[in-house]
Design a protein around this ligand. Structure first.
Ligand SMILES: O=c1[nH]cnc2c1ncn2[C@H]1C[C@H](O)[C@@H](CO)O1
Ligand SMILES: [Zn+2]
Length: 387
């Protein structure tokens, strides 16, 4: 199912979604071969289980629930499906515990870049919270330096371009400091800023000074919002903080009513988010695991994609959710019938929304993404929706 002929029949970029040839869902191995873009992936949520065990052994960390590689992978995945963001976040204490020295951080970052490149990702923004990696005395700058070193080493010789986003933990009070750190490292591989962690009780406006600092420095930021809390969180992120993108943003569907005949009526906030093309960094499996969506089948991505929101597909935490970007697309293909033109549309959405300079985004689109999908999407289906 990888020929042009097969691709020519592989669905439309239109409203109905699409499957591969004759309703056959795209396979993960095929999806791995097309160029993809990842905007929302946590460094401390994507370690290889074997690396967690080896690093724990090196530093004498005794807190792991098991030292069997396969059992540890399963343990992380099982813990993730808790239906609650707060519980979903608990296992990060183990990955963070083994990422406290420059060599460990460098290794995790290098392997992250290697794994993304092997999955066919050509542009990635990977985020982490520097403040979580200072337990053994590292400075915030040393943490960032180690990550960027690792990214460079892992991406060397591959088509992957990789940048870091610096995350501040929303329940802590270091966001301004982290925003300053992001601006300090902007020319060395840091593309932007973010806040993450438990959402309920910690609204985006709590960190307004950090966002305003980034804005005054002409920088970019995204905000985890509308995942474990609803519209007020999205509204604050967009209208008070002026977020460039929304991490998840799934609860924007609370501002959309679908009539019996399928007609969708958008509220003011949903209209605004769609009108100004606020990119939504959707992470389907993670959203099911944290309870932000009931299932992949009933995930808001289907409606939002149908309504032409600026939807993108992401992994969030490859270790905890047991996914890769290719597997997320394969799951969507299987459950929602997405075909090559849908994968291409979602990929173009992501590249348009990247925190890279405009000319570099255009270069990736024109020299990597469009040629990479050309064998799979018939020319008449390659028209993408404006903006
Ligand atoms: O989906 C998420 N929502 C909120 N916070 C998250 C999510 N995934 C990971 N995090 C947290 C846990 C990590 O330790 C932190 C920095 O990557 O970000
Ligand atoms: Zn996230």
């Amino acid at each position: 199912m990888t020929t042009t002929a097969a691709a020519a029949s592989a669905g439309t970029a239109g409203l109905a979604g699409a499957t591969g040839l004759a309703g056959v869902a795209l396979e993960v191995e095929e999806i791995r071969r097309v160029p993809k873009v990842l905007l929302h992936d946590h460094l401390d949520g994507g370690l290889r289980p074997s690396t967690v065990i080896e690093l724990a052994d090196e530093i004498g960390y005794r807190g792991l629930p098991t030292t069997d590689v396969s059992a540890l992978g399963s343990w992380f995945r099982e813990g993730a499906s808790s239906g609650s963001l707060v519980r979903y976040l608990e296992p990060f204490r183990h990955t963070v515990a083994v990422m406290q020295t420059p060599s460990a951080i460098r290794r995790v970052a290098r392997e992250c870049a290697e794994d993304l490149a092997a999955d066919g990702v050509v542009y990635a923004e990977v985020r982490f919270a520097p403040e979580l990696h200072v337990e053994r005395g590292l400075s915030l700058d040393a943490v960032v330096e180690a990550v960027l070193d690792g990214f460079r080493a892992g991406a060397r010789g591959t088509p992957l371009r990789i940048r870091a986003l610096l995350t501040a933990m929303r329940h802590q009070a270091r966001s301004l400091e982290i925003a300053e750190l992001a601006v300090r490292w902007r020319d060395a591989g840091v593309a932007g800023f973010d806040i993450a962690g438990a959402e309920a009780g910690y609204p985006p406006t709590r960190h307004l000074d950090a966002f305003q600092y980034i804005a005054r420095a002409n920088g970019h930021f995204t905000i985890h919002a509308g995942e474990a809390f609803g519209l007020p969180s999205i509204w604050e992120a967009v209208q008070w903080c002026n977020a460039d993108r929304l991490g998840h943003g799934v609860r924007i569907v609370d501002d959309i009513t679908v009539e019996r005949d399928g007609t969708a009526v958008l509220g003011d906030l949903a209209n605004y988010v769609r009108d100004v093309r606020v990119p939504l960094e959707m992470c389907p499996s993670s959203n099911v695991h944290t309870g932000a969506a009931p299932s992949i089948e009933h995930h808001p991505i289907a409606l939002l994609r149908r309504l032409h929101f600026r939807v993108t597909v992401n992994t969030d935490n490859r270790l905890m959710s047991g996914v890769s970007l290719s597997s997320e697309f394969a799951t969507l293909a299987q459950v929602h019938g997405y075909g090559w033109s849908d994968v291409r549309w979602l990929t173009l959405n992501a590249m348009k929304s990247a925190f890279l300079p405009f000319d570099e985004r255009l270069e990736v689109i024109n020299t990597v993404i469009k040629p990479g999908f050309a064998p799979y999407v018939a020319p008449d289906l390659q028209e993408e929706i404006a903006r």
